[in-house]
Write a protein that binds this ligand. Structure first.
Ligand code: BES
Ligand code: MN
Ligand code: ZN
Length: 494
């Protein structure tokens, strides 16, 4: 898809489809009025007859007359004027694109940002438009054998803005394109079944990413090198699996050589059965998404490389399966992490923290200015926040605020939860430095506090994306989150 910014009000150029916004109770936006006039009043006649109410996400095509800048007008509902903002704007563009995807228009121009969208500057209006169009056109790589519906004819999408906003809109389009590419990569990887997307497959994908972008370097460490690093905690998780584990290191260099990097550590459990602490069968298939943190690291680096963002980022992905077997780690086993701290594994299903603590310790080698880990870490986080907000944990208020603000701007929100000694104490063990689980209470927080124990002297934050990384039910599939949040934060200087 090609995106471009264009001047609103330059009625000269003909487009196959102009997308225009209508508020609830058939209230026309200024852009709609202008296009209606150009089309000889086709829209106002329709609205007068009550054919379109302007409910959020509603769409109605109007075949325009010979006059005017468009062959078709696509009316799209913006909802009540009083509550109009980012959400309704994104939904309108998503709905418009869904309609376009089914039709024959090869190009379209959105006039929704031809006037200010409350809460969005021209840069974000353009960026969110690109992301919404891309999300609406995203198709999961599936293995269905039935004939696929033809691909959308739509290949060019214009974003009309006032002349003064052209430059900001172009930057927004540029960044939106990168975020969309990164989000799609993240979704593709996470949506793949675990018999395809193995740790070895992820290592191959990392190498592919490095091949595609000159600014990205990659190193993959195999089990022998992981042993040499003394990652006893990571290795305890992979023991039961026949698939070899991998430690993937991606380096994006967009800044100067001696800029300290930001380290992103992603949980890469390609399937989580729970191990000997075996999970219940219902919904276990969704544990193929347990590498969503890893996928978001790949996606973020893809986005940064596409944009050419001026930062250095190192992505660290410990990846393996969590399986039961005769060799698998047993409840009560004690392992030694790379940091030297010993861990009593009371529950083999709390495996994410076991691979991440070694990933965080490994990150120290890069002298990072900040470390953010991203993980589908706890079911407790899903209970606390559901699917809408990711859990955000950091003892550093400034870092937490910066990430939360990035999530807000990127429409990929995260809510801060506590990290505190009182919770960390619940991880006491009689036999080792710490246990890998506490009780049922505050499960997302005690998991974060487990990781906290490995971050002395680091500027660190943890994102629990167990609820936000993928949807369940009839819309089952990866969301590509939190790529938009992370990219926004990194573009703002982290
Ligand atoms: N991958 C799961 C967390 C998870 C659960 C993600 C549901 C998405 C949806 C993680 O490895 C896990 O099993 N966590 C346990 C921790 C418990 C044993 C302390 C959990 O949340 O039940
Ligand atoms: Mn688990
Ligand atoms: Zn897991």
């Amino acid at each position: 898809m090609q995106f471009h910014a264009t001047k609103a009000g330059s009625a000269g150029q003909k487009t196959a489809c102009a997308i225009i916004g209508i508020h609830e109770n058939a209230v026309m936006t200024a852009a709609a009025r202008a296009l209606d006039r150009a089309a000889g009043g086709a829209v106002s006649r329709l609205l007068k007859r009550g054919d379109f109410s302007g409910k959020s996400g509603e769409t109605l095509p109007v075949i325009a007359t010979r006059r005017g800048p468009a062959e078709r007008l696509l009316l799209v509902g913006l909802g009540p004027r009083g509550t109009y903002g980012r959400k309704a704007y994104r939904r309108a563009i998503f709905a418009a694109t869904q309609w376009l995807a089914k039709g024959g228009a090869a190009n379209a121009v959105s006039y929704l940002a031809g006037e200010p969208v409350p809460g969005l500057d021209p840069y974000y209006a353009a960026r969110h438009a690109v992301e919404s169009v891309s999300n609406a056109l995203y198709r999961t790589p599936d293995l269905k054998t039935a004939k696929k519906p033809p691909l959308a004819k739509l290949t060019r999408f214009g974003i009309a803005v006032p002349v003064a906003d052209l430059e900001a809109a172009r930057r927004g389009i540029d960044h939106g394109r990168g975020i969309a590419a990164g989000g799609a990569l993240s979704r593709d990887l996470a949506n793949l079944p675990a018999n395809v997307c193995t740790p070895t497959y992820l290592a191959g994908a990392a190498k592919g990413l490095a091949k595609e972008h000159k600014s990205v370097g990659v190193r993959v460490l195999d089990v022998r090198e992981i042993r040499r690093l003394k990652m006893g905690s990571f290795l305890s998780v992979t023991r039961g699996s026949d698939e070899p584990p991998q430690l993937i290191v991606l380096e994006y260099q967009g800044g100067t050589k001696d800029d300290a990097p930001v380290a992103l550590v992603g949980k890469g459990i390609t399937f989580d059965t729970g191990g000997i602490s075996l999970k219940q069968p219902p919904g276990m298939d969704e544990m193929k998404f347990d590498m969503s943190g890893a996928a978001s690291v790949f996606g973020t680096i893809k986005a940064l490389a596409t944009i050419g963002a001026p930062v250095n980022v190192v992505g660290i992905v410990p990846t393996c399966e969590n399986m039961p077997s005769g060799r698998a780690t047993k409840p009560g086993d004690i392992v030694t992490s790379m940091s030297g701290k010993t861990i009593e594994v009371l529950n083999t299903d709390a495996e994410g923290r076991l691979i991440l603590c070694d990933g965080i310790t490994f990150a120290r080698r890069f002298k990072p200015r900040a470390v953010v880990d991203i993980a589908t870490l706890t079911g407790a986080c899903v209970i606390a926040l559901g699917a809408h907000y990711s859990g955000l944990f950091s003892p550093d208020a400034k870092l937490a605020d910066a990430l939360a603000a990035a999530g807000e701007r990127a429409d990929d929100r995260a809510w801060r939860m506590p990290v505190a000694e009182e919770y960390a104490e619940l991880l006491k063990s009689n036999f080792a430095d710490m246990a890998n689980v506490a009780g049922r209470e505050a499960g997302a927080i005690t998991a974060a506090c487990f990781l906290w124990r490995f971050t002395d002297g680091l500027r660190w934050a943890h994102l629990d994306i167990a609820g936000s990384a993928y949807l369940t039910g009839s819309h089952k599939g990866s969301t590509g989150r939190p790529v938009p949040l992370l990219v926004d934060w990194l573009l703002h200087g982290a």
